[in-house]
Design a protein around this ligand. Sequence first.
Ligand SMILES: Cc1cc2nc3c(=O)[nH]c(=O)nc-3n(C[C@H](O)[C@H](O)[C@H](O)COP(=O)(O)O)c2cc1C
Length: 380
Amino acid sequence: MTTRRHALALLAAAPFAPAACAQPLADPAAGWRDPGAGEADPRRFALAHAILAANPHNTQPWLVEFDGEDGMTLSCDLDRRLPFTDPLDRQITLGCGGFLELYALAASSRGLRAEVTAFPEGAPAGRLDARPLAHVRLIADAAAADPLFAAIVQRRTNRNPYAAAPPSEVALNAVLQASGADNALLTAWSEVETARVGQIRDLVWRAFDREMRTRGAQEETYNWLRLGREERARHRDGLFIDVPVPGLLRAIGMLDRDDLLNPESSANRQASAEWREKAMTAPAFMGLRSAEDAPATRLAAGRAYARMNLAATAAGLAIHPWSQALQEYEEMKDLYDEARALFGASGGETLQMLVRVGHAAPVEAAARRAMNDFIRNEAR
Ligand SMILES: Cc1cc2nc3c(=O)[nH]c(=O)nc-3n(C[C@H](O)[C@H](O)[C@H](O)COP(=O)(O)O)c2cc1C
């Protein structure tokens, strides 16, 4: 039986048997099955795929507006950011980059090339504002279909334990190459069977533990937890914890907020031990770093991460971002600095992504809201 568990820890520890429910609920994972089927407008077809992008806490912070015959403007839904753990909106911008990459890949499957203009009305100096992040035109110039398109519906963030056997260098190199991050602005790297793997394991664990002990971070995560299948189906976003009968557990005090936020509750200590084990057995890591951290660079990093995630999927590899040590909030500062030192980042160089990679049992698809929920206006 599931007992009281810590917010993020629940992600690891909850059972995956479907809970009994009184009435049938709309399937919040429906968007993964044949996305865009029957859509004549290629922009709607592309959008149906773009909303399947990885994004922080699955807040799905995308808003689109169609213009003319082939245009689409992407903005950020500013209420779906994570201001405590992502105070610069860096990670949310990466999630928007992922959206753009999947939009482009889906367009390529229809022979269309996506011409992306980042921050067409100018980039913000600080956090994101109401101005768009990108304008995209789909151009019919017989672009070749990108093979990564086929992996979009299979891609997942996999938080299961990973097998000890490391992924092959060949597979990892293929993923690095597919990311396209091999230039003056962005580089992708991997670590497997090196001493540094042990150092990264230790760092990601300590940063995870720090986040669990930081009240503001935990409260933020708590707001995006969807406890039980009914909550998940109602919101169709956030981080799903498959808690059976959450209403009953709440009523008898087994699922109260304070307990979920308390890192010292016995259930949290147990779940925390499971997360530690996942960190300490991670067979390999990959990551992305950039030469600077401008908003357009973050978008580019998000596009590169989307490609890494898809290429890993195509190679049969599980992948899971482990972002805590890269986050720019005060309580994380010493570990953030440690991460920069470990990876030799100096000046404006920025660690954009740090992910565990390996082999793991599959996980189910994360929820997505309905495609029309992301559209501010209808296509003409
Ligand atoms: C920039 C970025 C940072 C992320 N950081 C984490 C993380 O630290 N831990 C984690 O479990 N998942 C992380 N994720 C994965 C998201 O939580 C995941 O994409 C989201 O829940 C949707 O699930 P899906 O990728 O399976 O569709 C991150 C994703 C992005 C794009």
